[in-house]
Design a protein around this ligand. Structure first.
Ligand code: K7E
Ligand code: CUA
Length: 679
């Protein structure tokens, strides 16, 4: 990246400079209400904020010097006690490895869903069935305890979120996780056997037939060793289509397939819908095929990968690829079905279109008619017409890349280019025919008008709103679906710099809530610090679409199988202990405020199988089961059954107890696990 393209933050000097710079930016591009809201928040940094106790609303406004815009923002985001948010936002946490759920417009953090990283409060990775989920994501048999999550994808029906499942990718290790939104628990992690590192996932097809995932930094297929001077011949990209079985709520690796590509780096993806349903689109960077090697005298990758003016949008006919696989025209590589480059070319299911320099986001418009690409080193978004792409394919006048893949003529596929500003990354849509693109280098959100059939005044920039700072992804309510809702947008800013109380040099990210209601300029409503990892993408769904359970459907429910567990104990008094040789099996129950049985004595070296059922039917009556020293901690939600299996290889006296403060006599909810030493 050249010096001029590095972010020039307005915050790198004194606050006075930054305010002057804000004024400049605001004068040029932003609306007046937004301007005064921003000035309000700048002033706020220097004021005493705690109002006098007992002050009236007018007195508070006066004392805190709130502007009318501040007050409107406060009223729009305030959620009275007991009232629910209208929308739910699912965001990744980057290398935190989990998923966050925020309520909108309050921006309250409602849940952290444990996905790739063990999480004791949810009993995730501390002895129960989630251990098997985590083991499913092992890397060549080695357990992994973290991930770099980027793109959550809600399941869709007819291109709209259906509220049933959530998928999320792991960039670091090439994995995909499945979360069931009935209980908001992770049910499956699959490891892509063809790649090590990925990025272009998760994106779903309009009826969730497939979950898309592609490499970022290519490796030889399967990640075997090959020196970097064999990059062109041995290293490969992989576009993966994970088959999803909605009935089972699981990805089916045996029915999934991938398409081999040259070792271009694949970036984001999107699935076609409407007229483009059956197609998928992936950006790429490093079509230069550069490899690192600073010590060998090669240029740094940031230079080497930005030599060419154009990279390639990958256009994939996945319906056809599905037929090609059904016809047996694939190879098994690492036990995974792979369509080779030659087959993909022969069958006409893979095309390239030049796209401006080092693109990042690719986003299909709500009707599925256009594909919007944002090139981080190009101040424009580039809009392709799906119809024109089809005409260009039919016309058959292709160049080819050095691997023989047809390249469609750029001009023939182009619908429009709209100049927005510096560092465009990602695009979302609303219900008024506007698109919203994040501008990383400008630290702004650009609102721009789509052309026909969305708007008459199309393909032009409407306004920009400054955000704080260095925005990555943005998410509008259902803003990547066939029916965006408009209303709100959240800017996921990578840097928060001066927005929050300083708590050491590791700063939170800043999620900023923006009102994108119709017929008025965008306005900033709320700053929400994200102190758990780094959100990349997020999706926002209407809360009413989610039909989550408040307690498990029946007592003895096994969340792994989503059915009653044969080892559940359904009634108090039916708990028991059985010994068979060196195996001790316990069938226990938890209720307020007992763990039954409350004494379990075994011999050192015994295998322990311990079934635990929370027989409660009351909402929120969760019990924990902690066994100190043995690294065991379960969370048993009302109705849930879990099974522990471990070897009692450490003699001693171990109290076990409930970790949720569930009743007045919660502290009495305990027992002893006694391991008698071998003589
Ligand atoms: Cu952070 Cu989508 Cu991985 Cu852009 S990506 S910011
Ligand atoms: Cu159950 Cu505390």
């Amino acid at each position: 990246m050249s010096e001029q393209l590095r972010p020039k933050p307005p915050y790198d000097r004194s606050r006075r400079v930054s305010r002057r710079r804000f004024l400049g930016v605001l004068g040029a591009a932003a609306s007046l209400p937004a301007a005064s809201a921003l000035l309000g928040s700048c002033n706020a940094l220097q004021r005493k904020e705690t109002p006098k106790l007992g002050a009236s609303a007018e007195e508070i406004i006066k004392q805190r010097q709130l502007t009318p815009e501040d007050v409107t923002a406060a009223l729009m985001t305030y959620m009275p006690s007991g009232k629910y948010d209208e929308y739910l936002m699912f965001s990744s946490t980057g290398h935190g490895g989990q998923v966050l759920v925020h309520g909108l417009p309050s921006m309250r953090l409602l849940k952290v869903i444990a996905v790739f990283t063990p999480e004791p409060w949810q009993g995730y990775g501390y002895g129960g069935s989630p251990n098997r989920v985590l083991e499913g994501g092992s890397f060549r048999g080695r357990p992994l305890t973290w991930a770099d999550t980027h793109h959550p994808a809600l399941s869709e029906t007819n291109g709209e979120y259906d509220g049933q499942f959530l998928f999320i990718n792991d960039k670091a290790n090439g994995r995909v996780a499945v979360i069931d939104l009935r209980d908001f628990e992770t049910k499956q992690i699959v490891k892509n056997p063809l790649l090590v590192n990925e990025h272009g996932g998760c994106f779903v097809t309009p009826n969730t037939e497939y979950v898309l995932e592609a490499d970022q930094y290519p490796v030889p297929l399967g990640g075997e060793y090959a020196p970097l001077n064999q990059y062109k011949e041995k290293y490969r990209g992989v576009l993966t289509f994970w088959k999803f079985d909605r009935q089972q709520g699981r990805i089916v690796p045996e029915e999934s397939f991938a398409i081999e590509t040259p070792p271009y780096w694949h970036d984001l993806a999107d699935a076609g819908k409407g007229p483009s349903e059956g197609w998928a689109f992936w950006n790429s960077i490093n079509t230069e095929l550069a490899v690192p090697g600073i010590l060998e005298g090669r240029p740094a990758m940031e230079m080497a990968t930005t030599q060419r003016d154009m990279d390639y949008l990958h256009v994939v006919n996945w319906r056809k690829a599905e037929q090609v696989v059904a016809a047996g025209k694939y190879e098994e590589v690492q036990g995974f079905k792979l369509i080779r480059i030659e087959t993909a070319v022969e069958e006409g299911l893979l095309y390239l279109i030049p796209e401006p320099k080092s693109p990042h986001g690719v986003d299909v418009t709500p009707r599925g008619d256009y594909i919007v690409v944002a090139g981080k080193l190009d101040p424009h978004v580039t809009v392709y017409s799906f119809e024109k792409i089809q005409q260009a394919i039919a016309a058959g006048q292709f160049d080819h890349d050095e691997y023989g893949i047809p390249i469609l003529p750029f001009e023939q596929c182009l619908e429009a280019q709209v100049e927005l500003g510096l560092g465009p990354l990602h695009t979302q849509f609303d219900d008024q025919g506007y698109a919203y693109t994040s501008l990383f280098l400008d630290s702004a959100v650009a609102r721009w008008a789509l052309g026909k059939p969305y708007r008459e005044d199309g393909w032009k920039l409407v306004e920009k709103l400054p955000v704080h700072y260095n925005i990555g992804h943005l998410a509008a309510v259902e803003g990547d679906t066939a029916k965006p809702a408009g209303t709100f947008l959240v800017a996921h800013n990578k840097w928060s710099v001066d927005r929050f109380s300083l708590l050491g040099p590791l700063l939170p990210q800043n999620a900023q809530l923006i009102d994108i209601g119709p017929d008025r300029p965008m306005r900033l409503l709320y700053d929400s610090p994200i102190g758990i990892g780094e959100p990349h993408y997020a999706q926002i769904i209407k809360a009413e679409r989610i039909k989550a359970w408040d307690v498990y459907p029946e007592v003895g429910w096994n969340p792994e199988t989503q059915s009653v567990d044969p080892n559940a104990v359904l009634k108090v008094g039916e708990e028991r202990i059985e010994r068979r040789g060196k195996t001790v099996e316990i069938w226990g129950v938890l209720l307020r405020s007992q763990i039954r049985p409350d004494v379990v004595e075994v011999e050192e070296g015994d295998e322990v199988i311990w079934h635990l059922t929370n027989i409660e039917r009351a909402k929120d009556a969760t019990h924990g089961f902690a066994l100190g020293g043995y690294n065991i901690n379960l969370s048993l939600e009302p109705g849930e059954t879990q099974t522990l299996r471990f070897v009692a290889d450490m003699p001693g006296t171990f109290p076990f107890y409930c970790t949720e403060f569930c009743s007045a006599l919660h502290l009495e909810m305990m027992g002893y696990f006694l391991v008698k030493p071998k003589r």
